[in-house]
Design a protein around this ligand. Structure first.
Ligand SMILES: *[C@@H]1O[C@H](CO)[C@@H](O)[C@H](O)[C@H]1NC(C)=O
Ligand SMILES: *[C@@H]1O[C@H](CO)[C@@H](O)[C@H](O)[C@H]1NC(C)=O
Ligand SMILES: *[C@@H]1O[C@H](CO)[C@@H](O)[C@H](O)[C@H]1NC(C)=O
Ligand SMILES: *[C@@H]1O[C@H](CO)[C@@H](O)[C@H](O)[C@H]1NC(C)=O
Ligand SMILES: *[C@@H]1O[C@H](CO)[C@@H](O)[C@H](O)[C@H]1NC(C)=O
Length: 480
């Protein structure tokens, strides 16, 4: 009798306590400006009820951002998409169990596509990425804001000349570049640390998967960096090979490297514009001239299908002569426009790309990234009129000297925001702008016997390897 009474009394008391705490709390949430907190509380249902194992499918939800945000994925919580002003001063929400689980998981945690059960929260779109395994010191933050720090103890991530997969054009030390400080810079985002690239962990995550880089030579630069970074994680460094035995040369645009120990493939498929290049024959004088089909996806898109990770970029080719002029060059269905401004053509082409992604890829399978525009540093002229960067041995240190976020990226951000398939922009534009010291300049080809016989053009577009693209891959790593 007594016990039963006690139990009832205790239960009633407990109930009152809980109600007393929860009611004001939820009231606070409903009214509070801290929408990130509300989202967080509502966003992980059953989080304390289940113990998750590596490889489990965990439903995680993300609010459709109320303000326009083009970050469909966050680094490790819903915090990043929220108003940065609110976020900065506040403590981080509890590290979710997903983060902990994924740390020792070999396959990563894949997030399912279920609908959110709660009708009280704002409209939800499912997050279809695996959570990044973050170390505790890496709170979600905007990686695009920060500074370069000289860190010769930890960088470069692999030694110059050690990696056989670097194009001659990016082998700056081998080609005679005398200075080496440019190899030792680490990017330090303002509000967090970028986790150091862990090749083994990434190889484990890539087990049984395909990672595909598609786009222009800048993404090729990044792909070669990825091959070298992953190579560092192999116990036997010879356990990777090109499927057809192809050597990496400038002329070829399709490669697939196998990592047999991991059943993983890392590919590059060249596509300067992501849309189809073509020719138009002028019957009057029997000449053909190049045109760009801005309404047709590039033929290599068949290689993008069924990839698990896709990294795109395009940008530089849109600055070149005939493309930039836009005269008799851009074609949609049967029409070749007499003139179409290049930015409008770029927007339409990127829409073609976006529709293809939305229609052909499964968001549960494929994570899509778009690498931010890579800045150039031709000093004292353009690329074809004597511009150079061979005297640059240190990054730009004054932010005021940077040129600013390119319009092309605004176009991409706008399009990505409206896509069904989540696309993560690797926002490396700003951090790369500082690095006027990291281009091959005149060391993009083998050293000449006659030193005064210099090539008239310097390469201040691409980047030496090891070098800056390794940092882009650290950013990519943070999201995978
Ligand atoms: C949460 O738990 C309840 C009860 O165990 C279950 O019915 C419900 O499906 C779960 N929700 C999710 C999203 O797993
Ligand atoms: C990328 O960074 C730039 C400059 O830091 C910023 O203006 C832009 O909004 C960022 N874009 C995204 C998608 O994060
Ligand atoms: C290797 O990965 C592919 C998917 O890329 C998969 O179909 C195949 O079964 C895997 N093979 C082994 C031996 O695990
Ligand atoms: C046009 O050029 C092609 C080769 O480029 C040639 O075979 C053909 O005979 C030419 N036709 C005319 C009408 O000149
Ligand atoms: C080196 O090249 C310059 C200019 O091309 C030429 O004038 C000079 O004679 C060459 N020197 C030698 C040793 O070949």
């Amino acid at each position: 009798m007594y016990l039963e009474f006690f139990h009832r009394w205790r239960l009633g008391f407990l109930f009152m306590c809980i109600a007393g705490i929860l009611l004001p709390f939820f009231g606070f949430l409903a009214l509070s400006p801290y929408s990130w907190l509300k989202d967080f509380v509502f966003s992980i249902p059953n989080r304390s009820l289940r113990h998750y194992h590596a490889g489990d499918v965990i439903p995680v939800y993300r609010s459709m951002p109320s303000t326009s945000s083009s970050q469909p994925w966050t680094l490790s919580s819903s915090r990043k998409t929220k108003d940065a002003k609110n976020v900065r001063a506040l403590p981080s929400p509890v590290v979710s169990p997903t983060v902990r689980t994924s740390r020792d998981s070999s396959k990563g945690i894949f997030v399912s596509d279920l609908q959110h059960p709660s009708s009280t929260s704002p409209p939800q779109i499912p997050l279809s990425v695996s959570f990044p395994s973050k170390s505790a010191d890496c709170e979600p933050c905007d990686i695009s804001v920060g500074q370069w720090i000289l860190d010769g103890d930890h960088y470069p991530l692999y030694q110059p000349s050690s990696c056989p997969y670097v194009d001659q054009a990016f082998r700056c030390q081998d080609n005679g570049r005398p200075d080496s400080h440019y190899l030792k810079w680490r990017w330090k985002p303002k509000d967090c640390d970028l986790e150091r690239f862990d090749a083994r962990r990434l190889l484990e995550k890539l087990r049984g998967k395909r990672m595909v880089f598609a786009g222009d030579s800048l993404v090729r630069n990044q792909w070669e960096s990825m091959l070298c970074l992953l190579r560092e994680g192999l116990t036997n460094k010879d356990h990777m090979f090109e499927i057809k035995g192809s050597q990496i040369t400038k002329g070829k645009g399709n490669y697939a490297f196998r990592f047999p120990d991991y059943n993983a493939t890392v590919e590059f498929h060249r596509s300067h514009f992501l849309v189809a290049e073509g020719k138009q024959v002028d019957h009057e004088n029997n000449k053909s001239r190049p045109i760009l089909h801005i309404d047709t996806i590039h033929s290599t898109s068949k290689k993008w299908l069924n990839a698990d990770i896709l990294v795109f970029t395009t940008g530089h080719w849109w600055n070149h002569g005939k493309t930039a002029k836009g005269k008799d060059y851009f074609q949609e269905s049967d029409v070749v426009y007499k003139i179409l401004p290049v930015m409008e053509a770029f927007r339409r082409a990127m829409n073609t790309w976006a529709s293809w992604i939305d229609e052909n890829l499964n968001r549960r399978q494929t994570k899509v990234f778009f690498a931010g525009y890579s800045p150039r540093h031709f000093i004292g002229g353009e690329w074809d009129s004597g511009g150079r960067c061979d005297k640059e041995t240190a990054p730009i240190l004054e932010e005021s000297q940077l040129t600013g976020y390119p319009d092309k990226m605004l176009v991409i951000q706008d399009i990505v925001q409206r896509m069904k398939h989540p696309v993560q922009i690797l926002n490396v534009t700003h951090l790369s702008e500082f690095r006027k010291d990291a281009h091959p300049s005149m060391y993009g080809e083998s050293p000449r016997e006659n030193l005064s016989d210099k090539s008239p053009h310097q390469d201040c577009s691409h980047w030496c390897l090891p070098g800056l693209p390794d940092i882009w891959n650290e950013v990519l790593y943070a999201y995978i």
